[in-house]
Design a protein around this ligand. Sequence first.
Ligand code: COA
Length: 398
Amino acid sequence: MQRYEEIAETDMKNAHIVGWGSFLPERVLTNDEIALTVDTSNEWIFTRTGIRERHIAATQETTATMAFEAAARALAVADLHPSQIELIIVATSTPEYIFPSTACRVQDYLGARRAGAFDLSAACSGFVYGLSVAAQSIATGSVRNAIVIGTETLSRVVDWEDRGTCILFGDGAGAVVLKGSSIPGGVMASTLRSDGSGGDLLSLPAVYHNPVPTLGPEYLHNGHQKNTIRMAGRQIFRFATNVISDVIEDVLKKAELTIDDVDLIVPHQANRRIIETAAKKLGVPSDLFYVNLDKAGNTSAASIPIALCDAVDAGKLAPDDNVIFVGFGGGLTWAASVVKWDVTPQQISRVDREWKRARYIAARGRSRVRKISRRWGAKLAGSPTPDAKMKDARKKAD
Ligand code: COA
């Protein structure tokens, strides 16, 4: 006979969003500032896209540090300890390294010692792809709690001389914590789609570079090859307006809901006109779609969780609401998830917040100790470290 705890253990299959957090760099770049460097204007950018300003990462801010900040905030809302997280998925097109993954760096910063971690590449659909994968991992009983993060430093891969693209993109990160529960709801259905034949319409070639430790803005000016985003704007516009309504209708069918049951749609923040066209196709008022791209621009995989956090702050979501996340972008990829929103945010006191931050200082300390002991272990065993090997190779080359 199954014991009660065992039943509870195997029954936690509904993936509920219990925490959310976002991070935007302090530096704001306005349309007027862009107009000082390329032939454009605030009016042109705003009327064609809906964007007024975007945030730009400082030199010391990276895709991983912003992801960590967003994840730490989401964990605080969820009131979970990092050691309770078993899966970290980071959706990004701007990782600092091919490997280690950004997710592994976030795992280390958080001190999430029981978590598997990996990056996911699905461009602007990445967050919804990640949400779907994490929800499935919870549904199968493979993990109980997961974090899904979208994070980008697009300012480092934008051609700042190309007015067709540089006006669109910004930096930032957003995260959600998913928790398995026996209560029905949470992520109810997802649809993921792709069409690789359109890959050339929006692309970012891989970055091949000499061994420099991080990709900072200085990297872009030090003589190495710089790869930047390439885009066929009009074709992407057409693609986006075609797929948004289709994928929303598909995911609603899976969840056995209709568009009348939907309280809010949080779309990928690419262009206000794309969103308005999609709303028309669906036959819904455009304010059913939450839009914050005036303030953050297009932050690719990060845009949906950043917009979600803004929507929560603006009081746009109430318990029992049905919310749809819909993403589209490079690949080509597109995806939608329908989620039953069933949490009321709790007030976190300042003391509690500070106490939780202290965890991460301790996690960095533990990580440092592990690094040092690994180095000493290698020294005592006489095995060369990667650093020493690199120095050796350089000496030989000289
Ligand atoms: N400022 C002023 N003029 C600009 C400009 C800018 N920043 N960018 C392009 N133009 C000019 C073009 O050179 C062109 O001039 P021409 O008629 O003299 O040749 C004219 O504006 C129209 O260009 P077009 O590219 O057709 O403009 P558009 O109305 O399609 O708007 C985008 C361009 C990029 C705003 C729009 O295509 C778009 O948003 N596409 C989707 C992009 C997207 O969302 N990508 C991310 C998806 S995840």
